[in-house]
Structures are given as structure tokens and as C-alpha cells.
Design a protein around this ligand. Structure first.
Ligand SMILES: Cc1cc2nc3c(=O)[nH]c(=O)nc-3n(C[C@H](O)[C@H](O)[C@H](O)COP(=O)(O)OP(=O)(O)OC[C@H]3O[C@@H](n4cnc5c(N)ncnc54)[C@H](O)[C@@H]3O)c2cc1C
Length: 231
């Protein structure tokens, strides 16, 4: 899977800080945006985020381009409702056999017999898809044979608040591996351009200081916190 941060609100940390200060100061948001020192702006933003007053983080938007994620993964991603998505269509795109890529889970890749069976079935599926299209079946119906493993491309736009929520759930070791890989990549890229907003981003244990998974906890809070602090 390839994940790129295509675009984002310029100066995301400063925008959110100026928005946050707007409620406390006589100055306009523009004046605050232009005149606050980095220290004033970023200390205040950290404090407000620490209070859980996250609405100010909605002023920053981030657009990611994801290439080659499975449909099994994209189905989980779109359950996050406070976002904009555009996904490659299996109705409008008619695939040739060589375009029909699949994502192979690591567990299958590591097991020789499982790997062979998986590859054989996918070859058969691709052949049937191409045959159906040749028989005049429209791609929107031929796609019914395609697997959850089918690779897809997607544009994802989320604001800072939704990203923090997405990371809370999907960077967790309890999340499914592919969406966790996606969330970790998105976090790495977002944190580079918005280090204050995402300073404490990560799974629940990192953001809240405790695990929300109850008995299902991975039990690795210390290691996980260290990993995200170093991200
Ligand atoms: C480990 C894991 C396992 C999962 N297993 C399953 C499963 O087996 N089956 C399944 O169906 N799903 C499953 N899910 C998906 C899960 O139930 C959620 O649909 C998904 O994580 C999106 O979360 P959300 O609704 O909090 O977030 P978003 O849709 O991203 O919304 C963000 C927040 O906005 C608020 N919000 C959004 N929409 C509304 C609304 N309509 N009303 C009120 N508040 C709203 C809520 O506070 C919400 O938390 C799983 C998720 C995880 C992380």
C-alpha cells in the first residue's frame, strides 16, 4: 500500500492555535494568526487539546492518496463518517487481467500452501472476471466475482479531530493489521506537517493514558507509548 499526504491546510498548528485563542482574546483570528509567537500559539494549542476541547482541531484538513489497499480495508475505513472519500469505481473502471491486483495478508504470504491456494483462486477469479466482460457483462456486474483482497485506490480527507479519533481506534494493536498500517502511515505523514496537533496522537492508550479495550487489551501499553512518542 502507498500512502501520500497530498494536501493540507497551510500552517495547520497555527490555524488551530489562532482559532483556539479567538475565544479567549479581544484580537481577531487573523491578528492572532499573524502575531502570536510560536511558543504562545503552540503551548496554548497543547493545553486546549489536553483539556479535550478538540473542536479547534477541526480547522485543519488533511487529504491523503492511498494506492493499493484491499477492499477489505477500504470497507473499514469508510465506516469513519466525519470524512470525505472518493474511491476507484469497479463500475466505471474495466480492468484487464494484469490490472486486477490483490493484497496478500502476511499470514498467507508466510505459509507456502496457503499462499499457493490463495494465488490459484485469485488467478481463477481474474480469468472469470475477464471472461464475463468478454461475454458482454458490464464491469459493474462482472465485479461481483472480485474478492475482498482486490486492490483499490482512494482519496481520504479528514480534519484534525477526526484523524485523532481515527488514530485512537485504528493505530491500536487490536485493529486489523492493514487498517493499522494505513493509520500509522497517515499519522507519520500528518505529524510531520502538524507536530503540535498530533504530538500525542496514537491509539487510545497513548491519547488517553489508559487502554479502552478492557479484557481484550494487548497488555503492551509501555511499549506502545514508547513507539508513538518516538514516531
Ligand atoms: C477494533 C475494531 C473492531 C471493529 N469491529 C466491528 C465489527 O465487528 N462490526 C462492525 O460493524 N463494526 C466494527 N468496527 C467499526 C466500528 O464499530 C465503527 O463503525 C468505526 O470504528 C467508526 O467509529 P466511530 O463511529 O466512532 O467513528 P466516526 O464515524 O469516525 O465518527 C467519529 C465520532 O463522531 C461521532 N458521530 C459520528 N456519527 C454520529 C452519529 N450519527 N450520531 C452520533 N455521533 C456520531 C461519534 O462520537 C464518533 O465516535 C470495529 C472497529 C474497530 C476499531
Amino acid at each position: 500500500m502507498e500512502v501520500e499526504l497530498l494536501a493540507f491546510t497551510p500552517n495547520p498548528d497555527r490555524i488551530c492555535a489562532a482559532a483556539a485563542f479567538t475565544s479567549w482574546k479581544k484580537h481577531s483570528t487573523k491578528e492572532l494568526f499573524e502575531e502570536l509567537s510560536d511558543k504562545e500559539a503552540f503551548d496554548f494549542l497543547k493545553m486546549v487539546i489536553g483539556f479535550g476541547h478538540l473542536s479547534v482541531t477541526e480547522h485543519a484538513n488533511f487529504t491523503f492518496a492511498v494506492k493499493g489497499m484491499s477492499r477489505a480495508c477500504s470497507h473499514q475505513v469508510v465506516r469513519h463518517r466525519i470524512a470525505a472519500y472518493t474511491q476507484q469505481s469497479q463500475r466505471y473502471v474495466e480492468f484487464d487481467k494484469q490490472d486486477l491486483e490483490v493484497v496478500t495478508p502476511h499470514t498467507i504470504r508466510k505459509n507456502e500452501e496457503a499462499s499457493r491456494k490463495f494465488a490459484e483462486l485469485n488467478e481463477k477469479i481474474k480469468d472469470v472476471y475477464v471472461e464475463l466482460v468478454k461475454l458482454g457483462i458490464p464491469p459493474e456486474d462482472a465485479r461481483y466475482v472480485l474478492p475482498n483482497a482486490a486492490a483499490t485506490n482512494m482519496a481520504i480527507t479528514m480534519n484534525g479531530r477526526e484523524l485523532l479519533h481515527f488514530f485512537k481506534l485504528r493505530c491500536c494493536l487490536r485493529a486489523q493489521w492493514e487498517i493499522k498500517e494505513l493509520a500509522d502511515e497517515m499519522l507519520k505523514k500528518a505529524k510531520k506537517v502538524s507536530p503540535v496537533l498530533f504530538a500525542k496522537a496514537g491509539p487510545s492508550c497513548v491519547q488517553l493514558g489508559y487502554c479502552t479495550e478492557g479484557e481484550l487489551t494487548c497488555g503492551k501499553i509501555v511499549e506502545v507509548k514508547k513507539q508513538y512518542a518516538e514516531l
